[in-house]
Design a protein around this ligand. Structure first.
Ligand SMILES: Nc1ncnc2c1ncn2[C@@H]1O[C@H](COP(=O)(O)OP(=O)(O)O)[C@@H](O)[C@H]1O
Ligand SMILES: [Mg+2]
Length: 338
């Protein structure tokens, strides 16, 4: 086999259309443009990457990894065996095979899959997260655990799956109907959270140990039609044809006063460390109507495509796309050398 020195490992996206689902897959969600971009960046940095699509665990996969024996793996796998719940097992496999790999380890990846677990950990560490509770199928709303209006979202999805114009609920009737949608379509408990009626920030963090914020991006909701909730719904994130996409624009760097900027940076780093993220991550935050800051969620191994928020933040911090991919690779190599 030709001499490859690293591997870009990814999963081919598995699109399942569920009848009645309001978050259908759009072309931009199917295309894994990051794979080719990461490969090219590695070549630019003098590496010779082998690009490996992984669908299922097999002994052939283990044999191939042993044969390639790469210096490190750029891990872009978000699922294996068709299960996003098994994302952490890919990192676990590389851990056991003692192959250095980029991004977070199995614990952070597994933990971050469940927004309610993360919320409890953040709150226990004194990091503000909106008040909320889990609503399983068959349970009734608990208005004392979260005051209306609330946001209702699936507890273990990402990419705004399950988030649409009806996710903001103002009364028990709306809440029950949206929770039934989550239970029926996404087959999981709904996370009910107090609605934070303020600004929204995405904070990109780089590093392992000495992590730092690259840049803060803000979503500009000002063009959204009157009456639409000021949230980043699935269509706002992915449906390039829709007005939700056009009217929820990320602005990076966000226009911020020094004090708020420092508060956002400090809280994002605390949340990143609390979940055990490493190399690269994105912390989503919002303020409430009074300007209090909260962490919405922590994303280890976020989308690192050139068009995604993390790459935009890297650029705002003065790095080219190749710079940032090589820096992340370096972090994996340094861990391997220890
Ligand atoms: N408690 C909340 N208050 C206001 N908006 C929220 C709240 N929770 C989620 N959202 C909105 O829904 C979007 C997606 O929620 P998030 O928790 O970040 O999940 P995902 O993993 O799908 O990105 C956020 O970007 C935000 O606009
Ligand atoms: Mg988010």
């Amino acid at each position: 086999m030709r001499r490859y020195d690293c591997v870009v490992m990814y999963n081919a996206t598995n699109v399942v259309e569920i009848e009645g689902c309001r978050e259908k897959a759009y072309p931009s969600t199917i295309l894994r443009e990051e794979v080719g971009a990461v490969e090219e960046a590695l070549r630019e940095g003098g590496f010779n990457p082998y690009v490996l699509s992984v669908e299922r665990f097999s002994k052939e996969l283990v044999a191939l990894l042993l044969e390639l024996s790469p210096r490190f793996i750029f891990n872009l796998c978000e699922e294996i065996n068709g299960e996003t719940e098994l994302e952490m097992c890919v990192a676990g496999l590389l851990e056991m095979m003692e192959i250095p790999y980029t991004g977070s380890g199995p614990f952070a990846l597994g933990l971050a899959l469940n927004k309610f677990h993360v919320k409890r950990m953040l709150r226990a560490a004194g990091i503000p997260s909106a008040r909320g509770y889990l609503l399983a199928a068959g349970d009734g709303p608990n208005p004392r655990a979260a005051r209306f209006p609330v946001i209702v979202k699936p507890v273990h999805e990402d990419a705004s799956l399950g988030i649409n114009s009806s996710s903001l609920c103002r009364d028990p009737g709306e809440l029950e109907s949206q929770a039934a949608y989550i239970h029926g379509i996404y087959n999981q408990a709904a996370l009910v959270e107090e609605y934070l009626d303020g600004r929204e920030f995405n904070v990109s963090v780089l590093g392992d140990g000495d992590a730092r914020v690259l840049a803060i991006s803000e979503i500009d909701f000002s063009g959204l039609p009157e009456g639409e909730p000021r949230i980043v719904s699935y269509r706002a994130k992915w449906d390039e044809e829709s007005e939700y996409f056009r009217t929820t624009k990320p602005i990076c760097p966000a226009p911020l006063g020094k004090r708020l900027e420092n508060r956002i940076k400090a809280m994002a780093l605390r949340a990143y460390r609390c979940v055990g993220c490493r190399d690269y991550g994105r912390v989503d935050m919002r303020t409430d109507a009074r300007g209090n800051l909260f962490v919405l969620e922590v994303n280890p191994n976020p989308d690192i495509a050139p068009s995604a928020g993390f790459a935009r933040a890297s650029q705002a911090a003065g790095y080219s796309y190749a710079d940032i991919i090589l820096r992340i690779s370096q972090l994996a190599l340094e861990r391997g050398a220890k």
